[in-house]
Design a protein around this ligand. Structure first.
Ligand SMILES: *[C@@H]1O[C@H](CO)[C@@H](O)[C@H](O)[C@H]1NC(C)=O
Ligand SMILES: *[C@@H]1O[C@H](CO)[C@@H](O)[C@H](O)[C@H]1NC(C)=O
Ligand SMILES: *[C@@H]1O[C@H](CO)[C@@H](O)[C@H](O)[C@H]1NC(C)=O
Ligand SMILES: *[C@@H]1O[C@H](CO)[C@@H](O)[C@H](O)[C@H]1NC(C)=O
Ligand SMILES: *[C@@H]1O[C@H](CO)[C@@H](O)[C@H](O)[C@H]1NC(C)=O
Ligand SMILES: *[C@@H]1O[C@H](CO)[C@@H](O)[C@H](O)[C@H]1NC(C)=O
Ligand SMILES: *[C@@H]1O[C@H](CO)[C@@H](O)[C@H](O)[C@H]1NC(C)=O
Ligand SMILES: *[C@@H]1O[C@H](CO)[C@@H](O)[C@H](O)[C@H]1NC(C)=O
Length: 597
């Protein structure tokens, strides 16, 4: 056999020179014919471009007319390994108001021809605003738009900055797609001053980049290459901070693009397989402050637009692929250790990592504008070490693998500022289960994985009865079935079914209010490809998605399905009865900043 007897995924997020590793050559070869698989009309110019999209709720906008700025236009052709594309950013100057209740980043791109899915990032002053993956084009062209609420970066956006965009693309005779990109920022002026900072609470007073410095060739993210690799960034904070949140961006590529399908090393060794990534299916991102663990991220399994079977993600893209989630770690309990005016360092590592993870972060800081100094102390800190277990019963290439893991991180500390002496606790609880089956001598693989990622922040000031609680419960689901069926005559059928989804529940309570929200997002996709002599000769893909979001002030659902580029059903609406709007605000305003969650 000229390739490993193993279920595989067709399109790697393509980062290195084509082709990446000799052993994956067959996967890439498969794709050479793939974009033409679904017969297209003879004169592509007459066909309008296909619009790809990620299902998400619309951003709630105020009724004011936005001031919009076109901050970048660029065609990304030969950009791989080059410096990011830069632009000078200046805050809005000809807007009737200088206060905004909503700020929205808009990315719009077109592409035509054939191209891989490419990871990209958008940074302002080194602070990452968007991590995303391009859509894969077709001969008749595609267009897609990503809109992201970037109001939380308010203070950053009110100063002159350098905008940096890295999208590493390569163009040749086969991979002809150039990504034509436009970036806009829309500023929505406030309706009235009470809502000056939006419905969610006050954005940070200062945001420090925890990323690599310009100038460089590549993205500003750190690259984690193996499980021993810790990437560190030094920083210094003002001595009057009273709250700190580290927002972490994560994406996984090459040998770890499908980390949740990686078999354990003993299975690979027993079968003499050397060209398939291993280290088992468990990964976690660990964040340290001056070498001590302050939190972790057990990431959602984003499948990029070329992943598993690219036809599954056209035009409905995989959950999170156009706007990768970032994860917040409350570091307020540790503030007392870093208020000394000295240099400190955040570190990132990934348990069991294989090459390569792209990680960076933004440190959101709230400053006490009434005093030059705050003080604090860590009161309690418990890091229950990771407990990981693996059970397997494989014989030859067939078998079952159960991997599970748990971790908790618990910290409490006080910070005294002009707001009072507030004690903050941050608790993270994680659990992970992955059950994997290998069958048909390695050509069949199923994976069934659940991650629980819960955290809570409690902030208390006994003297003034301030008591704030925010709890978040996340569940990430992934079910994957892939099989290759030999059809004889050098032909085989490759089938894949994917269930991908998450649900998140949030509760917030403060002295004068209570709010909750719920979001469930689930995709079911199935597709198949017929491969003859290592070339795809035909294929199909269908996807259904169910999105359901409820909160005190806004509800939204969408049910949509597609097959072979065509939308079959699409329904959206507001499932809640009309009721009076109760903005999440509790009346604290800027004074008590914990309303941001
Ligand atoms: C990590 O470090 C350990 C101890 O030095 C070493 O045994 C192991 O081979 C290293 N792993 C990698 C992937 O470099
Ligand atoms: C793996 O390789 C070793 C040494 O070449 C050989 O003895 C063994 O039979 C091989 N095992 C399998 C399952 O092919
Ligand atoms: C702040 O509150 C904590 C917990 O009640 C207490 O241990 C600490 O001494 C207080 N700090 C100051 C400066 O009052
Ligand atoms: C996370 O919260 C959910 C809902 O309360 C609970 O069922 C689950 O056991 C929690 N998981 C962990 C690891 O704490
Ligand atoms: C993982 O599996 C164990 C054993 O089957 C079970 O007790 C636990 O609740 C599971 N956890 C999750 C998050 O599904
Ligand atoms: C196998 O492929 C050859 C060449 O494409 C064709 O002539 C032959 O009819 C095929 N046989 C079967 C059983 O499909
Ligand atoms: C995969 O999806 C197809 C189409 O919905 C279904 O017929 C088949 O039973 C599924 N297979 C598995 C193993 O889930
Ligand atoms: C998609 O393509 C497959 C294979 O050509 C076909 O069986 C299926 O009916 C198509 N779906 C639609 C909705 O046309």
């Amino acid at each position: 056999m000229d390739f490993s007897p193993f279920p595989f995924f067709f399109l790697f997020l393509f980062l290195l020179q084509n082709p990446i590793f000799a052993s994956n050559l067959h996967k890439i070869k498969l794709l050479r014919s793939e974009p033409e698989l679904l017969a297209q009309p003879t004169s592509p110019d007459e066909i309008p471009p296909t619009r790809y999209f990620e299902v998400t709720k619309p951003i709630q906008l105020p009724k004011t007319k936005p001031c919009s700025y076109h901050i970048l236009q660029h065609d990304f052709g030969f950009t791989y390994g080059k410096p990011p594309v830069l632009a000078n950013y200046t805050p809005p100057s000809h807007c009737p108001s200088s206060k905004f209740s909503k700020i929205v980043l808009e990315w719009t791109a077109t592409c035509k021809g054939r191209q891989f899915d490419r990871i990209f990032g958008v940074w302002l002053g080194g602070v990452e605003l968007l991590r995303s993956c391009t859509a894969e084009p077709r001969a008749t062209g595609i267009v897609w738009t990503v809109q992201k609420d970037i109001t939380r970066y308010y203070t950053l956006l009110m100063k002159d900055q350098t905008l940096a965009v890295y999208l590493g693309n390569l163009v040749d005779k086969t991979y002809t797609g150039v990504y034509n990109v436009d970036i806009f920022i829309h500023f929505y002026p406030v309706v009235n001053d009470d809502l000056a900072y939006g419905y969610g609470g006050a954005p940070a007073d200062l945001i420090l980049p925890i990323s690599r410095n310009l100038p460089l060739n590549d993205g500003l993210w750190f690259e984690i290459q193996n499980s021993n690799d810790t990437e560190v960034k030094q920083f210094k904070i003002p001595q009057n901070a009273y709250r700190a949140v580290l927002e972490v961006y994560v994406s996984f590529h090459e040998n770890d693009e499908f980390w949740y399908t990686n078999p354990p090393n003993d299975y690979l060794a027993a079968n003499n397989i050397t060209d398939t990534p291993g280290n088992g299916p468990f990964r976690e991102v660990v964040v340290t402050l001056d070498g001590k663990v302050v939190g972790a991220v057990w990431p959602f399994t984003v499948i990029y637009t070329g992943g598993v079977n690219p036809l599954l993600w056209r035009p409905i893209t995989g959950i999170g692929s156009f706007d990768l989630p970032s994860y917040d770690i409350e570091v307020t309990p540790f503030l007392g250790r870093i208020l000394d005016g000295d240099t400190h360092s955040f570190g990132f590592r990934v348990t069991n990592a294989l090459n390569v993870w792209y990680i960076d972060a933004n440190l959101h800081l709230w400053l006490d504008l009434k005093s030059g100094r705050t003080e604090g102390e860590v009161l309690n800190y418990i890091e229950k070490p990771l407990v990981e277990s693996l059970v397997s019963d494989f014989v030859g290439l067939n078998g079952n693998f159960w991997t599970s893991a748990r971790r908790s991180v618990w910290s409490t500390g006080w910070v005294r500022s002009s707001l009072g002496n507030i004690t903050t606790s941050f608790i993270q609880d994680f659990s992970y289960n992955n059950s994997m089956v290998m069958g048909n001598d390695g050509s069949l693989q199923t994976v069934n994985q659940i991650i629980h990622f819960n955290d809570s922040v409690h902030a208390m000031q006994p003297s003034s009865y301030v008591h704030f609680i925010s709890e978040t419960y996340r569940r990430f689901l992934l079910k994957l079935y892939t099989d290759q069926l030999d059809q004889g005559n050098d032909t085989y059928l490759s089938v894949a079914n994917v269930t991908l989804g998450f649900d998140v529940r949030k509760f917030k309570s403060a002295a004068f209010g209570f709010a909750s929200s719920f979001l469930k997002n689930l995709q079911n996709a199935e597709g198949s490809i017929i491969v003859k002599n290592n070339l795809v000769v035909s294929g199909s893909g269908s996807t259904q998605e169910d999105y359901n979001s409820k909160s005190n002030d806004f509800c939204y659902f969408r049910k949509v399905s597609s097959s072979n580029y065509t939308i079959l059903h699409d329904k959206e609406g507001n499932p809640c009865k009309k009721r009076s709007r109760t903005p999440l605000g509790f009346g604290f305003g800027k004074k008590f900043p914990f309303l941001l969650f």
